[in-house]
Design a protein around this ligand. Structure first.
Ligand code: SR1
Ligand code: MG
Length: 391
């Protein structure tokens, strides 16, 4: 089959050409469900079967041809899912087909699980999120790192997951553009005065963000998801699963958990602009979730190091030092994530749903001030309890 762009019209035929739905007598239905910034995603189903088809176009979907983007991202996504399924079985979707020629991947459909971000906009709780994602992050932070892998093997993986074009998106959209009046920024007009008077002139903040950017550029600690936010999680009351791993690369372990916690903090503050009777309870739930996520991650990570590390770790002191560093970098990365979603290129629904621009700006400014504190004072906040008190 020639290279072409999948559409609602031709997707069923493509799936059939790959051996899906062959013996089915039912009608095959196709629905476009992709709401992300980069790819086309379809649900293809009959009464009995349902699969997810994802195709990476050679450009950034939200920007179009003006921002060309490698389709090698589908290989990276597939290979990182394969490795995650080995190190953290059951925590990511199964791949049913990889077609690198067409930049397509077919995945199991995890419905009735839903995207966590949209459920969180409705105040839905996920009882297993902290455990499932905490264990996933601990497993990846350990098994893909020098704590476990022989040096040669790890260096080969660093090469295989070199992901320069998608890392460039993060370098610009998270660590650079939000700190000056960049063209790419999308700014609530009611927030501009604060940005001009305080935020963009904050030299101490820029120094600390540059330190975090440098860490992002140079660290090859473990294989990251690379874009772990609540929109990269499926869940229901029984289970949570991580997906959408095309930003995967070898980077600082603190980045993934920082990004996720930053997104949970945004959701927490977004309720200040929303009418919802249960919002106090939901904000309490989010704080418990943040605490449990960190605890589950760190406790599982320590357990793996103690039981399975191939490095000779001499005494607990090193592990304490390592986790303290990871904790403060996590706070910094959480802060930079909060900043980018306020006035960078890609915002999230949590804040955008606040229609009154003045109220939205008030909440955005509050989030920016908290994020600034987390970035600049990340070494002063020593424990997850300190973070919970801050928010
Ligand atoms: C314009 S691409 C913006 C963002 O979409 C992805 O989900 C990543 O977060 C990226 O930074
Ligand atoms: Mg994504």
């Amino acid at each position: 089959m020639d290279k072409y762009v999948l559409t609602v019209e031709n997707c069923a035929k493509y799936c059939e050409s790959k051996g899906f739905f062959k013996s089915s007598k039912d009608k095959v239905e196709v629905e476009e469900i992709g709401d992300g910034n980069l790819n086309f995603v379809f649900r293809v189903k009959t009464e009995l079967e349902s699969i997810i088809v994802k195709q990476a176009p050679p450009y950034l979907k939200v920007v179009g041809n003006a921002w060309p983007l490698t389709v090698d991202r589908i290989r990276i996504e597939a290979e990182s899912l394969e490795l995650q399924n080995i190190y953290a079985p059951g925590k990511v979707p199964n791949i049913l087909l990889k077609d690198l020629e067409m930049a397509v991947m077919i995945l199991e459909d995890l419905a009735p699980m839903r995207v966590v971000r949209y459920e969180m906009l409705n105040g839905i709780e996920f009882p297993t999120l902290a455990k499932d994602v905490g264990e996933f992050l601990a497993a990846m932070g350990f098994y893909s790192s020098d704590f476990y892998l022989p040096g040669k093997e790890k260096r080969e993986l660093v090469k295989k997951f070199s992901n320069p074009e998608l890392c460039k998106i993060t370098e610009e959209l998270i660590f650079t553009d939000p700190y000056y009046d960049a063209k790419s920024n999308v700014i609530n007009s009611e927030l501009r005065t604060y940005l001009e008077k305080e935020f963009w002139t904050d030299e101490a903040l820029k120094v600390e963000v540059t330190k975090l950017k440098y860490l992002f550029l140079t660290s090859t600690e473990s294989l990251l998801h690379g874009d772990l936010h609540t929109g990269s999680l499926f869940g229901n009351r029984e289970r949570c699963v991580v997906f959408d791993t095309e930003f995967s690369f070898y980077g600082p372990t603190a980045f993934d958990i920082g990004k996720l916690i930053g997104n949970l903090i945004i959701n927490n503050y977004s309720w200040e602009g929303v009418d919802f009777d249960g919002k106090d309870d939901y904000q309490r739930y989010l704080k418990i979730l943040i605490r449990e996520l960190w605890e589950c991650f760190s406790q599982n990570f320590i357990k793996l190091v103690k039981l399975k590390s191939t490095q000779k770790i001499m005494g607990d002191e090193f592990l304490n030092f390592y986790l303290q560093e990871l904790f403060s970098n996590m706070l910094g990365f959480a802060g930079t994530t909060m900043v980018r979603r306020m006035h960078g290129l890609a915002h999230n629904r949590d804040i955008e749903r606040i229609e009154d621009l003045k109220l939205r700006a008030k909440i955005q400014e509050k989030i920016l001030r908290k994020a600034r504190y987390m970035i600049v004072n990340r070494k002063l906040l020593e424990s997850i309890q300190n973070l919970i008190e801050l928010i």
